[in-house]
Ligand binder design. Structure first.
Ligand code: NAD
Length: 380
């Protein structure tokens, strides 16, 4: 439906909102792994998608699959477990498998989905090593299917607005980026604290957002990395994985990004960008919702601080619909497997820098946004 604008020209621009596709034309997703993220964020987000629908579920728990399937109106033929999963190859209603299991289990499901000729959306971190990430990319390339890594911040509108402002030169040359993503873990039995299932501690789980953000905003790859790790001695949560990581990235343009992550500190998620002519601060930068973008610069000789009005949408729905758009239009996802692989290569360099106490030097990064698909354009 299209409506003529009724507000005055002095009001914020009203952008036409495209309506949803008819259900039969939407891309069908199988959700693999019915845990917290799937249940609390991803499945509800489909209600706000325009191009995507849930066509199947994959779970190790028949009771959970039946209950969730019933709530979504799915028949029993749309419910798979990890043994019967390969039969999804014969299910034409499924075009994409969205993998939302513990990190170490991503690889197997991504490779099996690719063999079944299904496109794949895979949660972050993509894998537990760069070697596994490479195998996942090769499997998807061999099968001719798309692989997208679920870097939701790159689809979130405050982040897209900030990227646009930075790339347009609003802040002048960027000098510093500071990114913090910390939260206190409780239950010592959870898979996030088991190295074999998680791959690491705070770094691959939440520090990854800081790393990926610095790369996404600059469009560059770091040429030097230094890092320190500390875990409280005797704390059972950190028997296998690290507690806190502080790392610094030096980018070819001279930007220094200072990133901090921890599993032992009260939740805080913020981002600061400092340019020659201005700064931007994003509160709740890596949260599921509640982002706020503030910008400071000098106007007419005085410091002016503004809060930027950005349309609030569901970042999971925006991300899922991007995958569907790529399937419908034959596009390369903005965050393909290469984007996830590069973060694994860099996380391995961060661990090495912390272990040796030496700065790790990396090769020249290449072209801007070298690991990404085409830009998304203006946040709509
Ligand atoms: P969770 O523990 O709540 O759910 C994991 C699911 O996998 C559960 O349903 C569990 O039963 C199932 N599973 C299958 N095999 C398992 C095994 N061997 N051990 C343990 N569980 C097994 O975890 P979650 O928070 O939903 O995280 C799932 C994935 O999503 C992870 O890769 C995580 O990094 C990612 N994640 C992403 C975001 C984001 O904002 N994008 C947020 C949270 C989690």
């Amino acid at each position: 439906m299209k409506f003529d604008p009724i507000a005055a020209a002095t009001e914020p621009a009203q952008k036409p909102k495209p309506g949803p596709l008819p259900p039969a034309e939407r891309v069908g997703f199988a959700i693999a792994g019915l845990g917290r993220l799937a249940g609390e964020e991803v499945i509800p987000a489909f209600g706000e998608c325009r191009r995507s629908r849930i066509a199947a579920l994959v779970s190790g728990s028949p009771e959970k699959a039946a209950a969730v399937g019933k709530s979504l109106g799915l028949g029993t033929s749309a419910l798979y477990d990890y043994e019967s999963f390969d039969r999804i190859a014969d299910d034409p209603s499924v075009q994409v498998v969205y993998v939302i299991t513990p990190n170490a289990l991503h690889k197997d499901l991504v490779i099996r989905a690719a063999r079944a000729k299904k496109h794949v959306l895979c949660e972050k971190p993509m894998a537990t090593s760069s070697a596994d990430a490479r195998e996942m990319i090769e499997a998807c390339d061999r099968a001719g299917v798309k692989l997208m890594i679920a870097y939701r911040s790159q689809y979130q509108k405050h982040h897209r607005r900030l990227l646009g402002d930075m790339r347009s030169g609003r802040f002048g040359t960027i000098k510093m980026i500071e990114a913090v993503n910390v939260q206190a873990q409780g239950d010592v039995r959870q898979w996030r604290l088991r190295k074999a299932l998680a791959g690491g501690g705070s770094l691959p789980d939440i520090g990854l957002y800081c790393l990926n953000e610095a790369r996404f905003l600059t469009g560059e790859e770091p040429v030097e990395i230094s890092a320190q790790i500390y875990s409280t001695p005797g704390d059972p949560r950190f028997a296998e994985v690290e507690e806190s990581v502080a790392f610094t990235l030096r980018f070819p343009s001279g930007v220094l990004a200072s990133c901090s992550t921890s599993y032992g500190a009260h939740k805080s998620q913020h981002l600061l960008v400092n340019g020659e002519r201005g700064w931007a601060r994003m509160d709740k930068a890596f949260a599921y919702r509640g982002q706020a973008l503030h910008i400071g610069s000098v106007e007419n000789g005085a410091e002016v601080v503004e809060t930027v009005g950005v349309e609030v949408t569901n970042q999971f729905a925006d991300e899922i619909d991007h995958m569907a758009q790529c399937v419908l239009e034959g596009r390369v996802p903005r965050t393909p497997g290469q984007e996830g692989l590069q973060d694994h290569v860099l996380m391995e360099a961060i661990y090495e820098a912390a272990r040796t106490g030496q700065t790790v030097k990396l090769g020249p990064g290449g072209a801007l946004d070298a690991t990404r698909g085409p830009p998304l354009g203006e946040p709509g």
